[in-house]
Design a protein around this ligand. Sequence first.
Ligand code: GRF
Length: 221
Amino acid sequence: MAVLKVGILISGRGSNMQALIQATSQQDYPAKIGCVIANNPAAGGLERARAVKIPTHIINHRDFKDRQAFEEALDAKLSDKGIQLVCLAGFMRILTPWFVERWRDRLINIHPSLLPAFPGLDTHKKALQGGVKFTGCTVHFVRAEMDHGPIIIQAAVPVYQGDSEEILAARVLEAEHKVYPQAVRLIAENLVNVHAEQVFIANAIGPANATFNPVTGQYSG
Ligand code: GRF
């Protein structure tokens, strides 16, 4: 079985990166991590990746004269490493249309809300202020508009009365760590198709009229 080579871009602690690393360490997982790139030399995730001997690179945006030059360096590194799919995992730089188009349908992101609700920062604060009863997380293909693009997988997470931002963030993060590896698996298995800016999963398994719960990996219905 051909194994998809994944590159991960991080800026911070890298817990989603860690979830992907863990998944790819399983023998039957159809993807492997080719490299981890951080734009921030202090990103905690770098240590986590080094600890398991994954090649890491720092491409600090501050070292470049403009966004385009920074992205050209990113692109060159990813291409040089033979990366087939780029996963943004807490990568805190907005990517220009140039980069996004170059990696179209080969660039995915995880966002801690049920998009299109609550794009941008402070998603949990917005969810609490909005009084929603469910929030969650979304893995989507990246488009030039921030936190926008065909949705691959989502998980709904309940919001309880009395939740703080931190408690809600932790509950959502647990779901993130489950769905990101599932989304990468679906792509690696060539099951994900984008038509008219919507994702269709080929051979979607499970009984008709069932709801798939990505958090448990179970169908119910
Ligand atoms: C996650 O909540 C992710 O959804 C968002 O940024 C956060 C990154 O956390 N895009 P981590 O670095 O993966 O721990």
